[in-house]
Design a protein around this ligand. Structure first.
Ligand code: PHE
Length: 341
């Protein structure tokens, strides 16, 4: 019986087959179990003689079963490891993930360039009061920009009658900065701005970056150099050909708009050649009335300020022709311009 069982154990090719052998020998009615049970009918002498023999048989078969089981389990595990091996050199499956909005990418680029030029970032609220958005910036009481046409007004406060606005530009941050810190001041103020306007190049919500420098002996030359240096870096050119065209803003005097030379005849924008001029921002020397409204002495301090449309500059840099889809959150559009993962 022992040889028979040991052979069967050796022949079992799987853990399951081995288990069958074990049940046939040591299970409830297995061959060894029956022999052991049969001991009850024997005389004490016979029992003393056969007992050790049967126990020895049972122990050797159990040992053989366990050894074979360990072998089979090890080789089954090896087989599984082989077939289920993970190939770490395979490229991972691409996962859908969000991306940074084009406007915000451009905003971040701009902030980084200004940071290298020594500008700190200042912020102000999207919901402004009339004082910071208009009055302190030297808007005359009947200035057209205050009217419903451009400005989103909030419902007047029931008690005070005060009518807040969604800021129409980032210039109120100039006022907040001048009123809260002493010169020298060298800040940019990136943020959202709002006007009742919607066409291919205007959306009711858009983004601006304001710049403000206040110190002694600041002049228009500083303003030009700062903006030309910035634009060259932004458009990744050695320099940009720019012109400063006289303009009017209530809060700067003199005021100018900065244009850069470009050629759009080929349907594509090429900078620094051609006869076209592209308007890119408004700027000027801070008006003495603004300095006074902010508690500064215009005889002691001067400064310059500028404001540029971030979305517009993003359109130019990336060749987008219509501003409105920028804010439609259509991932196909974003992907087309390479803005999503
Ligand atoms: N605030 C102006 C605008 O929104 C831009 C500007 C800023 C002009 C600072 C001059 C100085 O059009």
């Amino acid at each position: 019986l022992e040889t028979e069982l040991i052979n069967a154990i050796g022949a079992a090719e799987t853990v399951a087959a081995l288990e069958e052998v074990r049940v046939a020998a040591l299970g409830k009615s297995g061959s060894i179990s029956l022999l052991l049970k049969g001991m009850g009918q024997l005389s004490p002498d016979e029992r003393r003689e056969r007992g050790p023999v049967l126990n020895g048989l049972r122990d050797r078969v159990t040992t053989a079963l366990n050894a074979r089981k360990a072998d089979l389990e090890a080789s089954e595990l090896n087989a599984r490891l082989l077939t289920e091996r993970v190939d770490l050199t395979l490229p991972s499956r691409p996962r859908r993930k969000g991306g940074v909005h084009p406007t915000m990418q451009v905003m971040d680029e701009m902030i980084a360039i200004f940071a290298e030029m020594g500008f700190a970032v200042a912020e102000g609220p999207d919901i402004e009061d009339d004082f910071h958005n208009f009055t302190a910036l030297n808007f005359p009481p009947k200035h057209p920009a205050r009217e419903m046409h451009d400005t989103f007004f909030l419902k007047p406060d029931a008690e005070t009658g005060e009518r807040k606005v969604l800021r129409t530009h980032t210039s109120p941050v100039q006022v907040r900065t001048m009123m809260s810190q002493k010169p020298p001041i060298r800040i940019i103020a990136p943020g959202r701005t709002f006007r009742k306007d919607s066409d291919a190049t205007h959306t009711p919500m858009f983004h601006q970056i304001e710049g403000l420098v206040i110190d002694r002996d600041v002049n228009m030359g500083h303003l030009k150099t700062t903006l030309e240096t910035f634009m060259a870096r932004f458009f990744e050119l050695d320099d940009v050909q720019a012109r400063f065209r006289p303009h009017h803003f209530p809060f700067t005097e003199p005021s100018a708009e900065m244009d850069i030379r470009c050629d759009r005849s080929g349907g594509k924008l090429v900078l620094n050649t051609g006869e076209d001029w592209l308007e890119i921002l408004g700027c000027g020397m801070v008006h003495p009335n603004v300095l006074i409204a902010c508690g500064l002495d215009p005889d002691e301090y001067q400064g310059f300020a500028f404001g540029m449309g971030v979305d517009r500059l993003a359109m130019l840099k990336y060749g987008v022709s219509d501003l409105r889809p920028m804010f439609d959150a259509d991932t196909r559009w974003l992907a087309h311009y390479g803005f999503s993962a």
